[in-house]
Design a protein around this ligand. Structure first.
Ligand SMILES: Nc1ncnc2c1ncn2[C@@H]1O[C@H](COP(=O)(O)OP(=O)(O)OP(=O)(O)O)[C@@H](O)[C@H]1O
Length: 267
């Protein structure tokens, strides 16, 4: 891979306990190329979300990133950013979509004001400029621009999740971290949203770090997949190879537990 966008090297994260520490992420290294979708799979509790939070610098105590861990984004050392650089880094460089992201919208603010908040803070946009950008972004996720005057409760869960994705895209991030972005939604809506994200990715060229329990979705959506077991990345490979010719015993077990998996592509 020439010049990865994201480079995670020897990442080790402990949750500090009163009596002893718990190693949630153990010496994990992987790269994500520009425009690539990289998936992290593995059983519940294996450390996927801990990695996602660390990459966005959203981890909090008791999580502690150990010395010698490195996270580089477009050549910058993410773990070294001071608070000012960090504020600019979030949203503009890395945006995050969580499972419950649709609930992260402020219930008492109109959608246009939520966009305005982000666009004013990060791009210094005026209200008129922000409105234009909001209309453009809503259209990208198939929501009629005139609905920007509405409040979150006037939308379905799937629409709200798409609005959050649109807010994430509004600043043209280089990397979008998606941790179970569609798990709370029904299967049809899930596919629609992922297809839309895929189209946007092709159009804008951002990379995606994708985390889901749904291995079928994972294989269809990702270019490459890393398999995690108890904090360690035990295998990483192209999505098709990791599905058809898994090398690690645990990867084989993981696929075997999803017998209905079919390795088609999403689009
Ligand atoms: N605040 C915390 N304090 C202590 N331990 C934690 C904390 N948050 C997570 N852990 C532990 O760290 C490990 C990794 O958790 P993490 O949420 O990263 O796993 P995951 O693979 O994302 O799981 P899931 O798929 O269920 O979201 C788990 O064993 C979890 O119990």
């Amino acid at each position: 891979m020439n010049q990865p966008l994201l480079s995670v090297k020897n990442l080790t994260i402990d949750y500090i306990g009163e009596e002893k520490d718990f190693r949630a992420v153990d010496n994990v290294s992987f790269d994500v190329a520009p425009g690539e979708v990289f998936g992290l799979a593995g059983e519940s509790g294996c450390g996927k979300s801990t990695i996602a939070f660390a990459i966005s610098r959203l981890h909090k105590p008791p999580a502690l990133i150990r010395k010698d861990s490195q996270i580089l984004l477009a050549g910058r050392d993410v773990l070294d950013l001071d608070p000012k650089a960090l504020a600019a880094f979030r949203w503009r460089e890395v945006a995050m979509v969580f499972q419950s992201a649709m609930n992260s919208l402020n219930p008492v603010l109109r959608i246009e004001d939520q966009f305005y908040d982000v666009l004013r803070t990060h791009k210094g946009m005026t209200k008129t400029q922000a409105r234009e950008r909001t209309a453009e972004m809503l259209q990208l996720v198939d929501i009629a621009p005139d609905r920007m005057r509405n409040y979150p409760h006037q939308f379905s869960g799937g629409m709200r999740q798409r609005i959050v994705i649109a807010i994430c895209m509004a600043l043209d991030p280089k990397l979008v971290v998606m941790d179970e972005p569609t798990t709370a939604l029904d299967v049809v809506v899930q596919r629609e949203i992922l297809q839309r994200i895929n189209e946007l990715r092709k159009q804008f060229g951002f990379s995606v770090l994708f985390i889901t329990h749904d291995l079928g979705l994972m294989v269809q959506f990702c270019d490459r997949i890393g398999i995690m077991l108890q904090g360690k990345l035990v295998e990483q490979n192209g999505a098709e190879a990791i599905y058809k010719t898994p090398q690690h015993e645990y990867t084989r077990k993981l696929w075997a537990s999803f017998p209905s998996l079919h390795g088609g592509v999403l689009l």
